[in-house]
Design a protein around this ligand. Structure first.
Ligand code: FAD
Length: 536
């Protein structure tokens, strides 16, 4: 039997990115269908590091509080530690005081959290499923699609019962991950470093492990021995759950042959620590970006568009950024107030971000691989001590930006986007580790508190939003957008500190919180600005 459906957006793939898009579209009352070949479950841990920008999305999506509740306990340190063993020698320690907990940072109303997909995915699934306009089919495998002039016809199999599902969709978003069948069928290639490492991750329980060593609690522990940095231990819940990771081709080829007990014993340096192994998974690390993000009515997002070595903790964050960018554009085009230029801007805007993020992951990976330890690195000898000191200095100077990526999280911009109006000023400093607030067109509009608990970011959402500082009148620009049917609102702000942060008397912000236009006086032709930023 074939079941046939019609929808505005078909989402292929129900990982975190697919579900987040379904929730985002649901909040916009855009009807969509999501199909996922597996059931609604996440049983092996992948992403934990949810950066501050992703937490800002979660805030908008009404999920931030729940994520904080399920994340590692507030006081748990987000420390990244390099050592020869938990009862061995410490080599380097990178603290991340800006991460975790409730207190907002100066740059964002939200802080980075550690909330593994074991807990994040169910929250996203529940949120996506809460909308009447969102239909979700689990155990439903996408098989093929046909591009037609006014829509796309997708064919899928309902795996429990073997019925067929045909979906006619105005747009398709491919969120089917790194092995995307859609990308493959289009012949779209990856660009970058394929197969940079073969890994196995072992999900395990070791309650209060920190009581059995002197290094204190830490979120990420990288172990170094004479072979280099090939093992790590990643905190999942701040209590007892961990992911023990190894980079080893032989282990990847024969995961059943891994002596897990010996591995754990070596990492901890003693054999009396209570523990239990839960599951094992293997994966290949790649630092690649898709050569194309779009074909016709089909868009790629998340791991279907870019993959990076997970040690940098930005794969999922970059994927959430993709659909944050795409959601409002789809809404605008479907509701008729956005022109086709909005969708044309998706690939140039997001691909540039992925190239930057994946490039940083590649550099971090190369720096870790370049750590060539002395044969005595783990020994209590003079040569061992010297090599640990040298390695520690190298790690601090080169790898801090692997763990502190505020510039990646908050500082990404859509420079040269066709739907942003440049103002002729040079691009301000852009750093990996440090975020420099700016209202430069294309940048994320800065955070400041406008009232108790209300950030400037809370003003931005479904439509355009004009901030007018010091009594400036922006009504002509608002009227130009409203005339074109675009949702628009405005806020007058008198606070001189916020005015200084925003740098201009008028700053027009897109629904995704990025600056579309700014000026000290209104443009001579407000309609031309309105048409540019709505992609007409
Ligand atoms: C060990 C590890 C640690 C990581 N840590 C971090 C981190 O700390 N921070 C971070 O930002 N990122 C991290 N990542 C990366 C992160 O997990 C991924 O970027 C993220 O899961 C991608 O989500 P996605 O929804 O794009 O793709 P996926 O999670 O791969 O989801 C794709 C979905 O599509 C489905 N699908 C595929 N083909 C079909 C089909 N034919 N029909 C129907 N459904 C289909 C799949 O079943 C799957 O559910 C880590 C990854 C690993 C492996």
């Amino acid at each position: 039997m074939t079941k046939t459906l019609q929808t505005s957006v078909l989402i292929v793939g129900g990982g975190p990115v697919g579900h987040a898009l379904a929730h985002d579209l649901g909040m916009r009352s855009i009807d969509c269908v999501l199909i996922e070949q597996n059931g609604p479950k996440t049983d092996h841990p992948k992403a934990s590091a949810i950066n501050a920008r992703s937490m800002e999305f979660m805030r908008r999506w009404g999920l931030a509080e729940n994520i904080r509740k399920t994340a590692a306990p507030e006081g748990f340190p987000h420390t990244a530690l390099y050592c020869t063993g938990l009862n061995g020698f410490e080599i380097a320690r990178i603290e991340r005081p800006g991460h975790g907990g409730k207190a907002p940072s100066k740059d964002s109303p939200e802080r980075a959290q550690r909330c593994n997909q074991l807990w994040l995915d169910p929250l996203l699934r529940e949120a996506a499923g809460s909308h009447a306009s969102v239909k979700i089919f689990y155990h439903c495998r996408f098989d093929s699609l046909e591009e037609r002039s006014t829509d796309v016809l997708a064919h899928a199999t309902l795996l429990e019962g073997h019925d067929q599902l045909t979906v006619a969709a105005a747009y398709v978003v491919d969120c089917s991950g790194g092995h995307s069948p859609i990308k493959r069928s289009f012949g779209i290639e990856w660009e970058g470093a394929e197969q940079i490492g073969y890994h196995v991750s072992i999900f395990m329980r070791a309650p209060e492990l920190w009581k059995y060593h002197d290094k204190g609690p830490a979120a990420l522990i990288t172990f170094v021995d004479e072979r280099g940095a090939w093992r790590n231990l990643v905190l999942l819940d701040g209590r007892e759950l961990y992911r023990l990771g190894i980079r080893d081709k032989a282990a990847y080829d024969d995961p059943d042959g891994i002596d897990k007990e010996a591995l754990f014993r070596k990492a901890v340096g003693r054999d009396d620590v209570p523990h239990e192994f839960i599951s094992t998974a293997r994966w290949v690390a790649r630092n690649v970006v898709s050569t194309g993000y779009r074909r016709g009515r089909v868009f790629m997002a998340g791991d279907a568009a870019h993959l990076n070595h997970p040690a940098s903790g930005i794969g999922l964050n970059t994927g959430l950024g993709d659909i944050w960018d795409l959601g409002w554009k789809l809404e605008a085009v479907i509701k008729g107030w956005g022109g086709s230029g909005l969708l044309d801007a998706y690939e140039p805007e997001r691909r540039a971000v992925a190239l930057r993020n994946v490039g940083n992951a590649q550099a971090s990976h190369a720096n870790d691989r370049a750590l060539k330890p002395h044969p005595e690195i783990a020994m209590d000898t003079e040569a061992g001590a010297r090599s640990r000191k040298e390695m520690g200095e190298t790690i601090l100077s080169k790898q801090t930006k692997k763990f502190i990526t505020d510039g990646i999280a908050l500082g990404y911009r859509y420079a040269n986007s066709a739907i942003v109006c440049p103002d002729g000023t040079p691009e301000p400093i852009n750093d990996i580790s440090v975020y420099h607030p700016t209202s430069w067109p294309g940048a994320r509009a800065p955070h400041a508190w406008v009232s108790e608990g209300q950030s400037t970011l809370d003003l931005f959402g479904r439509g355009f939003h004009l901030l007018n500082f010091g009594g400036a009148d922006g009504s002509a620009l608002e009227a130009a957008l409203a005339d074109r049917g675009a949702p628009v609102s405005s806020t007058p702000i008198d606070d001189p500190q916020i005015a200084g942060l925003y740098e201009r008397k008028h700053v027009l912000v897109r629904p995704d919180g990025h600056v579309a236009w700014r000026g000290d006086s209104l443009p001579d032709d407000p309609v031309a600005v309105a048409d540019t930023i709505r992609g007409a």
